[in-house]
Design a binder for this molecule. Structure first.
Ligand SMILES: Nc1ncnc2c1ncn2[C@@H]1O[C@H](COP(=O)(O)OP(=O)(O)OP(=O)(O)O)[C@@H](O)[C@H]1O
Ligand code: SF4
Length: 277
């Protein structure tokens, strides 16, 4: 009988983050999803399999960290008791590098990342995927075929070019039977760093209109918030505070909290109850 990877045997929920284009905020949505869930007391893992330029180590201030092998598999970096991170970025050296391997090697690495990390017990595993739809996505779908993932969060910017690309992502999800938990419109307006007022500087509502047209759930808009980037860049000066503490004080937190609450309100069933492991 086909079985899901053993490394996911104690992971209650799996959520993938997908975008049609690069640079629209997939990794920052992954990061904010993880930080918000940790702030609510959940045990969370983040798996970054974006071969086009893994940015999760930078988001969590973990650049340069090394991964160790144990008899149970790769040991993810423990940022705190409730937050573990594994990224392809820990296995390649330079900041901003993307992997230039040929197809079969990329696919083997994705399989290994999905099956050989020792997560132990987690409430949520959030997976940051490469942008677009590619052979790598098919590998992810095949590897998770029997793992019963909860579904996907889609990320787009409001502009038509990004919205058009996210449509391909929606087709992909339908094809591989990944449930779409909803769509986030990122970089929708700009938050003034002085007064917290949000202003639409470019087009807005592209993601929201797409959801209305296709009958998908719209999870919300996230404006461009310079304080979020500042938090990521300055996380060296923690003075005893954790990144989660900082995030809870950040202006993005309240908005993101509302988004995550929509997903939590779904009461997604514990995937382990429907699996024979
Ligand atoms: N709402 C936002 N407010 C401020 N900065 C943001 C926001 N969303 C994303 N960014 C910044 O934009 C840059 C690109 O975002 P991110 O790395 O999350 O995109 P991505 O879709 O994951 O890109 P890639 O496909 O290259 O991995 C990052 O520096 C990130 O901090
Ligand atoms: S109120 Fe308007 S002009 Fe003044 S700081 Fe805020 S956004 Fe800028």
């Amino acid at each position: 009988m086909e079985e899901p990877p053993k490394s996911l045997a104690k992971v209650k929920h799996i959520i993938l983050v997908l975008s049609g284009k690069g640079g629209v905020g997939k990794s920052s949505v992954t990061t904010q999803t993880a930080l918000t869930l940790v702030s609510k007391g959940y045990k969370v893992g983040v798996l970054d399999i974006d071969l086009t330029g893994p940015s999760i180590p930078r988001m969590f201030g973990l650049e340069g960290k090394k991964i160790h092998q144990s008899s149970k598999g790769w040991v993810p970096v423990h940022l705190s008791t409730n937050l573990k991170i594994m990224s392809l970025g820990f296995l390649i050296n330079d900041r901003g590098s993307s992997v230039v391997w040929r197809g079969p090697k990329k696919q083997a690495m994705i399989k290994q990342m999905l099956s050989d990390v020792f997560w132990d017990e987690l409430d949520y595993l959030i997976i940051d995927t490469p942008p677009g739809t590619s052979d790598e996505h098919i590998t992810i779908a095949e590897e998770l075929k029997f793992a019963n993932p909860d579904g996907c969060i889609l990320v787009t910017t409001p502009q038509q070019i990004s919205v058009d690309d996210v449509k391909k992502e929606i087709n992909f999800c339908n094809k591989v039977k990944f449930k779409i938990l909803g769509l986030i419109e990122n970089m929708s307006g700009f938050v003034c760093p002085y007064c917290d007022e949000c202003t639409n500087i470019f087009s807005s509502d592209g993601g929201m209109n797409l959801c209305r047209d296709l009958g998908l759930r719209f999870l919300g808009k996230l404006p461009i918030d310079p304080s979020f980037n500042e938090m990521i860049e300055t996380q060296g000066d923690k003075e005893g505070k954790t990144l989660v503490d900082f995030y809870k004080e950040n202006t993005s937190f309240t908005r993101f909290n509302d988004i995550i609450q929509l997903i939590l309100d779904d009461n997604l069933p514990n995937r382990l109850q429907n699996l024979t492991l």
